[in-house]
Design a protein. Structure first.
Length: 154
């Protein structure tokens, strides 16, 4: 069965005036994303190159949405870029999302669907945490460590 992209058929019309939730499974070369409408129906599944240009081009066309992704090598820069584009980004702590880690299906498209569904149902629980909070905690820890090192040197 050949999958026809709804994006090719309908363009940006499918996104208008909808509250969208997106799951984004990041890979080194390619990332897969799944877009859910307000009712939780999958309206688009695609892959995108894991580059700043491709991410910006793809997600810059989508209205402000809730986007969930897993922690990993690319999550810091991707989450910052998506936030700059106006999206609300939450990052799933990979080891805490049992629906993905304990799944028998190791499939990027399936993981993107799972992230989207978790974010839609319960975005701030079940191993999902706002990236800003994680980044803020890292900066606070870094500042405390730096202050401690400076104090020791005096």
């Amino acid at each position: 069965m050949k999958k026809i992209s709804t994006m090719q058929v309908f363009g940006n019309e499918i996104f208008k005036e909808q509250k969208l939730t997106i799951g984004l499974d990041l890979g080194d070369r390619w990332s897969f994303y799944c877009v859910l409408d307000e009712a939780g129906k999958i309206i688009l599944e695609q892959k995108v190159a894991t580059t700043p240009e491709a991410i910006k081009q793809t997600f810059g066309k989508i209205p402000q949405s809730l986007i969930a992704l897993e922690t990993g090598t690319h999550s810091p820069w991707v989450s910052r870029l998506l936030t700059e584009l106006g999206h609300k980004v939450i990052v799933a702590h990979a080891q805490k999302v049992e629906l993905i880690t304990k799944s028998n299906r190791k499939d990027d498209r399936h993981d993107a669907r799972t992230l989207a569904r978790l974010a839609r149902i319960d975005g701030d629980r079940g191993g999902l945490a706002e990236w800003e909070q994680t980044e803020r905690k890292k900066k606070q820890k870094c500042a405390l460590t730096s202050t401690g090192l400076l104090m020791e040197g005096l």
